[in-house]
Design a protein around this ligand. Structure first.
Ligand code: COA
Length: 375
């Protein structure tokens, strides 16, 4: 069917990022993602995506102070978090957090959009970790902290201790890699919502719900479930070939836009390798590499960012169902930048469809209907 999945359709203009020009490459406002992941802190990238330019050192300091000052969770939100079941998916916790905050601190004018973004950026990790520790350990954690990076703040809250510098650095780089990706499904959902002139929280709630699926953000969790099934690389190869012969999809591979490679994958792979060596967890890494080799030789497919993110996060002792929420912490910046851009030059997004149903026909009165539609 032509237009299926809107593949290849240009659905608007953006000055925020370019994805996969010439089959690979990712640039945020002209800067390559490899440079940003190696040389910038996530907060610099967030600032640049949201405000358009890289911050000076004093702007960065002010911005970080602002984020630190907004981490306190309102009591009403804590009450809600304590009522969310412990077996809920953490993505549902974030979606609910976003929705609830829209009732507690509503956006009453678009001029507030920057402040609302900062607030969400500050308290998503707090909200998730508060719920996690309350439900798993019955503990009401203190979410206030002077830690200046979002990466360190999240990991310290999750583990309730200062984490290794290498874990903090990996998390910081991965937040940059996940921050923005043009008109991916969740960003498109956010822009469709924004185009109706709804409030900021509604655009982000729509985006979180869209990111949750395994064909999008949920792929990092599905990739983890795959690689941890195998006890060695040979076993992985045999089973993978069997899965491919059954036409099963291998999560963490393939991409709608990149045709040669996902430039983010090499960066996260080198982090995964480094942490696997530090943790003496070579098996999981060698299983991952074998999966990569088999996918290349059998399907000519390369890993996307989600594949090696899975093992890298696992080596930081992060529960698997928190992998996609980390994506939310980062992508919030990209979503927000797109919402601002949509609002600045808005037109309702409303495509049409080719109708393939019955031709116009006469209505049948209830007493005259002989067969059930559902038969
Ligand atoms: N494993 C095995 N085969 C795959 C595959 C994968 N991960 N991804 C795509 N394919 C195959 C499909 O089976 C299909 O084969 P066919 O033509 O013989 O039927 C072909 O490649 C095209 O796949 P399709 O799903 O139509 O491509 P798409 O552009 O609509 O989808 C993705 C892109 C990313 C959704 C898809 O590659 C996928 O589902 N990947 C796994 C999930 C994932 O990692 N998502 C994160 C993306 S960053």
């Amino acid at each position: 069917m032509s237009g299926a999945g809107l593949e290849g359709i240009v659905a608007g203009q953006t000055a925020i990022s370019t994805v996969g020009i010439e089959g690979t490459g990712l640039h945020y406002r002209g800067y390559s993602v490899e440079d940003l992941a190696a040389k910038a802190q996530f907060e610099e990238v967030a600032y640049m995506l949201l405000y358009g330019t890289l911050p000076t050192s004093s702007q960065l300091e002010t911005y970080k102070d602002k984020l630190i000052s907004r981490r306190k969770l309102p009591q009403a939100l804590r009450d809600v978090l304590e009522r969310i079941p412990g077996n809920a998916h953490p993505m549902d916790v974030l979606r609910t957090t976003c929705s609830m905050m829209g009732t507690l601190e509503p956006e009453t004018s678009f001029a507030q959009q920057y402040n609302v973004t900062d607030r969400l950026l500050s308290f998503f990790p707090a909200s998730l970790c508060y719920w996690y520790h309350f439900q798993k350990n019955g503990k009401r954690i203190d979410t206030q902290s002077k830690e200046t990076s979002l990466a360190g703040y999240f990991l310290n809250l999750l583990h309730q201790k200062e984490v290794d510098e290498s874990q903090r650095e990996l998390m910081d780089a991965s937040l940059t890699l996940y921050a923005e990706h043009e008109l991916n499904a969740s960003t498109f959902a956010a822009r469709v919502a924004a185009a109706t002139l709804t409030d900021f929280y509604s655009t982000i709630t729509a985006a979180i719900g869209t990111l949750r699926g395994p064909l999008h953000g949920g792929a990092n969790e599905a990739a983890m479930a795959l690689i941890e099934r195998f006890s060695n690389a040979d076993e992985a190869e045999i089973e993978l070939k069997a899965m491919l012969s059954r036409k099963e999809k291998i999560m963490g591979f393939g991409h709608r836009v990149y045709k040669i490679r996902d430039p983010r994958s090499d960066v996260i792979k080198s982090w995964s390798k480094k942490l696997s060596q530090q943790k003496n967890k070579d098996v999981l890494f060698s299983v991952s590499e074998r999966v990569e080799q088999v996918m290349m030789s059998e399907k000519k497919m390369f890993p996307n960012l989600d594949f090696y993110s899975a093992s890298a996060y696992h080596f930081c002792d992060i529960p698997t169902d928190m992998f996609t929420p980390i994506f939310v912490f980062a992508r919030l910046t990209g979503w927000a930048a797109h919402v601002y851009e949509q609002r600045a030059n808005n037109r309702l997004i409303r495509p049409t469809a080719d109708y393939i149903g019955p031709a116009p026909r006469d209505f049948i009165n209830l007493q005259d209907r002989t067969t059930s539609f559902f038969k």
